[in-house]
Design a protein around this ligand. Structure first.
Ligand SMILES: [Zn+2]
Length: 206
């Protein structure tokens, strides 16, 4: 994955702009899309992280596999599209078995908004190792709070034009002392730590 540049959006967010690391997971407009063949590969049934398509990083592969197998990634994406709100799940790891699971943010832990998620300090569950959240579809316009934490500053119409991970996304990793965060939009699944994107994988089916 390569971060190409840092930009500041019209809403003042610093964002990393990048190219997806691999084109091996084909899009719907790919003329040789194997998902449309008579015998489609297993990953075509997934929500689109393509975890078994071409993800060499074993840790990323295992995390995405757990999210896909539970149906949580797909449910989060559907919820985001249906309600026009970002979805947020904690990712937990059983300290004994190493099993990875996830569950949605609860009402007393924070608030999901159209273009942000607010989480309270100390909200993370005991075994949380990361979190996953959604962004809008590329080309989708949402009415966003100018300052997510200050309702009095009003709203702006904001078109989501590029897949990105924001400074707020990175800060959430720090706030809850997590190992990583995940951003899911209609173009990519990106895994990042508190400082930068560590893997960006194109979505092929959603
Ligand atoms: Zn975000």
């Amino acid at each position: 994955m390569s971060v190409q540049s840092w930009q500041t959006t019209s809403s003042g967010m610093a964002v990393a702009v990048y190219q997806p690391a691999s084109a091996d997971c084909p899009g719907d407009d790919d003329p040789e899309n194997p998902c449309e063949s008579e015998d489609p590969p297993a990953y075509c049934d997934e929500a689109g992280s393509c975890f078994d398509a071409d993800i060499q990083n074993e840790e990323h592969h295992d995390i995405l596999k757990a999210l896909e197998s539970s149906g949580h990634l797909s449910a989060m994406w559907d919820r985001s599209a249906d309600f026009g709100l970002e979805s947020f799940n904690w990712i937990e790891q059983d300290p004994t078995t190493g099993d990875i699971s996830s569950r949605p943010l609860e009402g007393d832990e924070g608030n999901t908004l159209p273009c942000a998620v607010l989480t309270y300090p100390d909200a993370a569950p005991e075994n949380a190792i990361g979190y996953v959240h959604t962004h809008p579809k590329i080309g989708e316009t949402r009415s966003c709070r100018v300052d997510p934490k200050n309702l009095s500053k009003g709203y702006i119409e904001f078109e989501y034009t590029e897949s990105h991970v924001s400074q707020d996304d990175l800060d959430t990793v720090i706030l809850h002392d997590l190992d990583f965060g995940i951003m899911l939009d209609s173009e990519a699944v990106s895994l990042y730590d508190s400082t930068e994107i560590r893997g960006a994988y194109p979505r092929c089916v959603f």
